[in-house]
Design a protein around this ligand. Sequence first.
Ligand code: RIB
Ligand code: CA
Length: 305
Amino acid sequence: MSMHVIIDCDPGIDDALALLLAAGLPQIELLAVTTVAGNRPVEITARNARQLLDLAGRSAVRVYAGAARPFGYREARCNLVHGADGLGGVALAPAGPIAPGAAALRLAQLLHEAPARSIDLVAIGPLTNLALCEMLAPGSLARARRVLVMGGALRVPGNITPAAEFNFHADPTAAQIVCQAGAELLLFPLDVTSQAVMAPDWIAAFGGAANACGMVAGQMLAAYALQDPLLHDACPVAWLARPGLFRTEDCHVQVDWRDGPSAGHVQAWFGERGDAPGAPNVRAVTGVDNHALLDMVAQAIARLP
Ligand code: RIB
Ligand code: CA
């Protein structure tokens, strides 16, 4: 039975691997992809998502562009870890058209048109689109079967400031809105994605790929691994296919949405801590069998054109 999945992303090379993984997993039916400003401006992340889906033979999957900047800020925070074009300078065929309509609106429509709790929503960039969707149509996120978010840092330091992970730092208000929305939320923080380490020989093996997607993956990863050797965004997609590869812990989280040195910091209360401000609101994913994860990604990409 296929899982109906929407991916909100900011490609970005690890987002690209997540999109290719999703396309290569037969149990996943991609309903749509929405994009957000994050690693690069939203015009670039939308173009990249379109090019990657076309490369993977998924031209029928529509791409919607979303928020160009986070709540409360005049401009997006981005980074050059993924190169100026967001994909490490890898040459891809020109992008097809981006579907009309704002991502947040489309997310709300798709979640309300589908039967309740029938869509898995994977969010692997700043959470601005999901928060806008929830503000426009309250209860939308709770209509998802599950909301799987790559973001935050619970028991480990941040990767963009000592206190915060990039996606939650890029839009801390959106992160707090999503975490408090009452959805069935699985959180993939740096605690687990820092275990998703790409071994150099695993990356090098893509050099001998017999397919275009494998060769492109190898070229992108060669550029990315020099900056960040972690497959952050593949983790939520991989969990959908094989949740048994991961360890989860229920906890209550609050995201510091205020401007300042702790913007985007996640305060987590694990277990039965009496001082928690509320019941557990996320299932935090804190461990992964990295060898099996890397095998899954390689095998999925080998199935693509
Ligand atoms: O902190 C890692 C996250 O920030 C990943 O989603 C990566 O693509 C960047 O968006
Ligand atoms: Ca991302």
